[in-house]
Design a protein around this ligand. Structure first.
Ligand code: 1DF
Ligand code: MN
Length: 363
């Protein structure tokens, strides 16, 4: 679970390691947003069932794991740094936890939460520049304001990408109304991390009934589908230099590449769906060229090696998924993978530095 049983030296403390460890999907939550979520839960009414299940559990349960996680989500200082020290993490790339702004129906409220979260995270990154980097939170409910916030995050706050916590009230980035967000990210050459959330009401039914709507499986179903919708919308033909990052080893899509290519071509050739147009490249080409995958919550060598094989080693990056995952043994397991020192350095450090434009060692 969440308890430490050992301490792992960071790369900066262990010259023999030969690389830093940069963790790329690490979450935080402003205390003010926790309060707003508490109010939503208390108000009840027509509440999103995924949010009710997820945050009803995390914010109301007396069990050890949810308390451990929510104490750490709200810390951008000593507690987080101590956990990083104990698990050998040199740098976290920190982002607003799901559902972030994206549970709010009102666009102005959602936009104000993004601003608040970004200002807090930027302060923490300025206080600990050698340990913390940040992703820009956005409120897709107002696509133009979200695009402007990505610019502010990149140009003024020093952030190294943006985060979208998957669907926004049941809407997906495949809808061209959101494309100002994609346009801004491409123009700034800054990646968008597509992070999971619980499925929307239109999708959650049988998953929720079986207790499968969350991190155990439903996140991957929802977010993998979201990325497929984006690919099939032609967004990467419109924005060919756009970079997406997905956690949990690509939300299972790498395993599906052969069938996705085969069935996409077959459907287009048959003219089966009026909305599904030919793409300039194969579905798998977008996954190999426009998408990077991280190992958040998937500390399992066979799956990691498979992704490196089918996507290319430079497209697979380390992530812990702190504080949802905070297990030193998972770092040990990934340290023990059958990779050369150069491959290990790419996996833990330089792939992330290149993708996110981070300063190199000795900054
Ligand atoms: C969980 C996992 C929750 C992840 C998350 O956000 C989350 C979990 C509420 O374990 O319930 O982002 N995750 O990224 O895997
Ligand atoms: Mn996560």
């Amino acid at each position: 679970m969440t308890t430490q049983h050992e301490t792992i030296l960071r790369g900066a403390e262990d010259p023999g390691l030969g690389h830093l460890r940069i963790a790329t999907e690490e979450a935080f939550c402003p205390p003010e947003l926790v309060g707003m979520w508490q109010e939503l839960l208390s108000a009840g009414g027509d509440l999103d069932p995924g949010f009710q299940s997820q945050m009803g559990f995390y914010l109301r349960s007396a069990a050890e794991r949810p308390k451990f996680i929510f104490e750490r989500l709200q810390d951008l200082g000593a507690l987080r740094l101590a956990d990083m020290d104990a698990t050998g993490i040199d740098r976290q790339i920190i982002s607003l936890t799901a559902p972030g702004t994206q549970i709010f129906a009102d666009a102005a409220t959602a936009t104000s939460v993004a601003t608040l979260a970004n200002d807090q995270l930027a302060d923490a990154c300025r206080a600990h520049p050698d340990r913390f980097s940040g992703l820009t939170a956005v409120a897709p409910q107002d696509p133009r304001a979200a695009a402007e916030e990505i610019r502010r995050g990149h140009d003024e706050l020093g952030f190294c990408g943006a985060i979208v916590n998957s669907h926004t009230n049941g809407e997906y980035l495949s809808d061209p109304k959101f494309w100002p967000i994609l346009e801004a990210a491409e123009a700034l050459d800054t990646p968008i991390y597509l992070h999971p959330t619980t499925p929307p009401p239109s999708m959650i039914g049988p998953l929720l009934e079986a207790g499968l709507e969350g991190a155990i499986y439903g996140f991957a179903v929802e977010t993998g589908m979201h990325l497929l919708r984006i690919i099939r919308s032609g967004a990467f033909d419109r924005f060919p230099r756009l970079k997406f990052v997905v956690g949990h080893l690509g939300e299972a899509l790498p395993f599906w590449l052969y069938r996705l290519d085969y069935m996409h071509v077959a459907a287009v050739r048959a003219g089966r769906y009026a909305s599904i147009k030919p793409l300039q490249r194969k579905v798998s080409d977008y996954m190999r060229e426009n998408v990077w995958c991280t190992t958040s919550g998937m500390a399992w060598e066979p799956a990691i090696q498979f992704c490196r094989q089918v996507l290319g080693a430079e497209h697979v990056l380390y992530a812990m998924d702190y504080p949802y995952e905070c297990v030193a043994a998972e770092v040990r397991d990934q340290d023990a993978m059958a990779l050369s020192p150069a491959e290990m350095k790419a996996f833990y450090q330089t792939n992330a530095e290149e993708l996110f434009g981070l300063p190199g060692p000795g900054r």
